[in-house]
Each structure stands twice: as C-alpha cells, then as structure tokens.
Ligand binder design. Structure first.
Ligand code: ADP
Ligand code: ASP
Ligand code: MG
Length: 408
C-alpha cells in the first residue's frame, strides 16, 4: 500500500465528464489498496474568468479581495470532485487550503507557503478517507486567504507530498510529460523520460508552464521526487529528480519560449557608481518585473542599459523611469529612453552546457541560417536566452530544436 499525492490541473477537471474521469482514476488507485490525497485546480478557465470579471468592475482591484475571489474557483472544484467520488462509492472529504493546514506569507496574489500542518489530512487518512485538497491557496497567520501565484496548485501538491511524506507525487495534466519543447509549438518535441530539478526549474522560469517554477524550487529544496503525466491516458510520464552523471551527456534538454516581451533601452547614463541602482530601484518600486538586463560600457563617459519585461509592464516602467532620468541628467547624463514591444524570448536549457563548449554559437548559427535576427542575449550556467521578433518565435524554437538534435 502506498500513499500517493495526485495533482489534477484545470483542464483535467474542466468539465463534468473530466471530473468523473478523475474520480475514476482515483478509484483505480483505491482499488489497488493505495491511499490518495488529491490536490485540485479550479475548472479550466474559471480563474481567468474571475480575473476579468473583477477587472470589469475595477481597473485596479484590491489584491486582498482578488485572493478571496480567485480561491473560490478551487473551492468549487474540490467539492464537485468529492461529490463525484462519493457517488462511485469512495469515502472522501474535501479540504480548503486552511483546513489542509497551509499557512502562507508574503503578498496577496503571490503568497508563499510558510508551513504546512498536515494533522487534519493525517486524521482523515487514518480513517481511510480520500482527501481532496484545494490547490493554489492557504491562509496567512492573520487568517486571511492568500493565493500562490498562477499555476500555484503545483506548489500546493508538492508541499502536501513533502509534509505527509508521500511515497509518490504525480502531477497529472493534459500532456503526458515534460517535452523537449511545448508540443503545441514544436510538433517534433519529444517526451523526456526524466529531467533534473535544475533543468525544469530553468525551463519553467523562462516560459515552460507545464510546472510552476516555484513548485520545482520547493521540490528541489525538500527533495520531493515527482512525476508529470497525463490525466487522460496511462502513458508513462517524466520523472523529475536530482541530477545524476548520465544526464550531463545531453547538452540541451529543452527549448522554451516566452511571448509578449518588451525591451526598454536607456542611453546617455553617466558612467559613475550608483546609476544602475537608481534606474532599477525606480522600476522595483513600481513593481515592474525585470527579466534580461544588458549593459554596455560607455564611450564618451556615457553608458546604456537595456532590459526586458512583460509587455503589460511597459507603461508602468516608462512612467517610473521619467523621474529617474531627470536625476541622471542632473548628474551629468544625457539620457533618453527607447522602447520596443512585440518581441519574444527563446531559451535553451541543459546541464550538459557546463561541460560542453560551442553551444551558444550553434544556437546563433541556426537562427542566422533561418534569417532570424537576434536582439539581446543572456546566459547562465545552464541556459542561453535570446530575444527575437515575436512573429518569428515559433520558427526560432523549431529551428533551434532541430539544431540540437532534439527532433529525433
Ligand atoms: P494544468 O492545467 O494541468 O496545470 P498547464 O496548462 O498549466 O496544465 O500545463 C500544461 C501545458 O503546458 C500543456 O498543455 C503544454 O501545452 C504546456 N507546455 C509548455 N511547455 C511544455 C513542455 N516543454 N512540455 C510539456 N508541456 C508544455
Ligand atoms: N487556478 C489557478 C490558476 O489558474 C491555479 C492553478 O491552476 O494551478 O492559475
Ligand atoms: Mg499548471
């Protein structure tokens, strides 16, 4: 008998038939003698609809109230799945984030899991119940509801698996594993039998939304080995685990894209200490999330910085930068700001990059041969990212996927 945590995402519980399918899949585990704690997302599309409804009423709704609103999506789906389980003779109860003992901290709409007290889950397990836990939510020490950022049910599932020391944690979704690229974009993408935490973490943080990146970070920190597989078929999935030696023989594990990016370039910055901090500080204060940063050494004593962000942050960034630029000019600058929307980011990730050379040049050559112009470039130990025109991003992903022999 094993104790299994199964997480079912929005599409997997998106219709009544799908909810029944999930109930039957849980029953299969119960029939084999296993115990199941299921962590469930809101029905597909519900979270998005709740957000747009709030935005119809207010351009800037209170984040505290958004948490109250958004958490209701998961509250519906846990009750519906529990009803479906009861209907096929499975003894089951639902638990909200709070009832499951999930305490959060941090800001509303992007809470972090601070601790998890599994006593109620354990009590029910002792009585052989199946427990259906609401993903994406918890309460802070004041008792206020907080959600965990988009895709946050993944984090709930990993945290629950860790706290109850589950034998197995399965993330069940609408693809049967982690692929070398998003199969919707790169038809030749292949399913990976396994991937290291670090590689999936890098991929997730640059657009591979099959797992929320913070959930992978959590899994790595607490050593929660998990499997990504399909809720719709029985194909073997992808095991996500510690890296081992054999993994380094593959140079590039996967390719990821992020659309809707924008670039801001500031020129004429005085080449003196503290200027970058001033610019980035003003953006941080306006809660603009900066992604790539490239700065060029100055000539004529003036420097330039470029950075990328999500297009939706561009207006806020421009507004926040105005006073900072005036300050720069008072300190001897001759600053101006240039923006470009409609770009996208392509990233290649693989721990084999540490021990292989020529990876960047191969990527750039493939793009060049396909007539795709590269904008900005950044690298980390196991990742190379470039920006390209958004309309070329899908071609870029396919070309690079082929260049690194990921098609076959
Ligand atoms: P869920 O609702 O189950 O949480 P998500 O929509 O968050 O599911 O994540 C699954 C989706 O992630 C897939 O439908 C797929 O299009 C997308 N995806 C992006 N990159 C990848 C990848 N490398 N491998 C698998 N799926 C990917
Ligand atoms: N329902 C939430 C979202 O759509 C959480 C999740 O699905 O993981 O982001
Ligand atoms: Mg998801």
């Amino acid at each position: 008998m094993a104790l299994i945590v199964q997480k079912y995402g929005g599409t997997s519980v998106g219709t009544i038939d799908r909810i029944r399918n999930v109930a039957n899949r849980i029953k299969e585990q119960r029939d084999q003698g296993h115990q199941v704690v299921a962590v469930i997302s809101a029905m597909g599309g519900v979270t998005d609809r709740l957000i747009s409804t709030a935005q119809e009423i207010s351009e800037n709704p209170s984040e505290r109230e958004m948490d109250v609103l958004l958490s209701s999506g998961e509250q519906q789906s846990i009750a519906l799945l529990t009803i479906a389980l009861n209907e096929i003779g499975i003894k089951a109860v639902s638990a909200t984030g709070r009832q499951a003992g999930i305490t959060t901290s941090g800001s509303h709409t992007r809470g972090r899991i601070e601790s998890l007290d599994p006593s109620l889950i354990q009590e029910y397990l002792e009585d052989d119940y199946t427990i259906v836990v609401a993903g994406f939510q918890g309460t802070n020490p004041k008792g206020l509801i907080q959600t965990l950022g988009r895709g946050g049910s993944d984090l709930s599932a990993i945290a629950v698996a860790s706290s109850i020391k589950a034998d197995l944690c399965q993330i069940l979704t609408d693809v049967d594993g982690v692929y070398t690229a998003d199969p919707r974009v790169v038809p030749k993408a292949r399913k990976l039998p396994e991937i290291s935490y670090d590689e999936l973490l890098e991929l997730a943080s640059v657009g591979t939304k099959v797992m929320q990146s913070r959930s992978v970070e959590f899994a790595k920190k607490y050593g929660v080995k998990f499997e990504v597989r399909s809720s719709l078929n029985q194909n073997p999935g992808t095991i996500v685990t510690e890296e081992h030696e054999a993994m380094e023989s593959v140079v590039i594990r996967g390719v990821s894209i992020e659309r809707s990016q924008a670039r801001v370039t500031i020129t004429g910055i005085p080449d003196t200490p503290g200027m970058s901090a001033k610019i980035l500080g003003s953006l941080a204060e306006a809660e603009v999330n900066i992604d790539m940063i490239v700065s060029n050494i100055a000539h004529d004593g003036l420097a330039r910085h470029s950075f990328t962000m999500h297009t939706s942050d561009l207006g806020r960034a421009q507004k926040a930068l105005k006073p900072a630029l005036i300050e720069l000019d008072e300190l001897g600058g001759n600053s101006s700001i240039e923006t470009e929307a409609g770009i996208a980011k392509l990233s290649c990730v693989g721990i084999g990059m540490r021990s292989h050379t020529g990876v960047a040049s191969k990527m750039f050559a493939a793009l060049g041969e396909a007539g795709i112009n590269i904008g900005m470039i950044t690298t980390s130990e196991i990742k190379i990212s470039v920006t390209v025109e958004e309309e070329q991003i899908e071609d870029a992903a396919r070309v690079v996927h082929t260049a690194f022999d990921l098609d076959t």
